[in-house]
Design a protein around this ligand. Sequence first.
Ligand SMILES: [Zn+2]
Length: 294
Amino acid sequence: MLRLLTLCMCLSLLSGTPANAAEPVPIVASFSILGDLVHQIGGDRVSVDTLVGPEEDAHVFDPAPRDAARLAAAKLVVINGLGFEGWIDRLIKASGGAPRLVIASVGISSHRALIDGREILDPHAWQDVSNVRIYARNIADALISIDSEGGNVYRANLARFDAYLAALDDEIHAAISAIPSERRKIVTTHDAFGYFALAYGVEMIAPQGVSTEAEASAKDVARIIRQVKSEKIPAVFLENISDPRLAAQIAAESGARIGGKLYSDALSKENAPAGTYIAMMKANIRELTKALMP
Ligand SMILES: [Zn+2]
């Protein structure tokens, strides 16, 4: 019996996984992009349950009672913060507990968008890769705090993922630098690319504010159509989470062309081109390059 026990311990040491490896740590992530980040850092040691899935819009998510149960089952709940998950307090209350909450964006320098003369906190910080390097570190720290045995695994995954992110950041800078500066401007549906614009030097104009909750006004749409014409903005982009009709209208009335589809607030399904955060940013760069290169 003792020999069997020793053998088991040796096997578990050899494979580098704990004896209870069959039970991954249950984590809830608020939306698909964060779900991927948690998966990249947590690997097999965690199981990730994502509340707002691929191709879905977190701005207008309306939690159901079953979502409260999903939260109650989690050891850790990872959210973006910066006002992105306006429904999270309600959901935590409904879950009947006080889950360990991790705000992935802590430590980034936040950007405010000017909407109708008012400054509004812009939640889309993941559109700047240097911010996501901070997100990844915050997620790793949180995982280590609840599963210290996995510390070496989480640290190794973070180091590997961070190197990919650093290379991705360089790749985006290089791709945008290759586009002539007078052509680095586009229209999107909602104002999701403020951090991208600041980090990489592309002008991004949107008729709708930093949330998809409020509709664009006819006045804003008319202003943008005028701006597209006067500044010769080359392309209007669709977004994976927004109704394509507004972008189509702006393109038709301004003479700009539809540049393709950008992933703003959600990944694509796994078998599509933006199934992970890194794939999503690369897909966006391909679309921007295709539409903006002369
Ligand atoms: Zn958004």
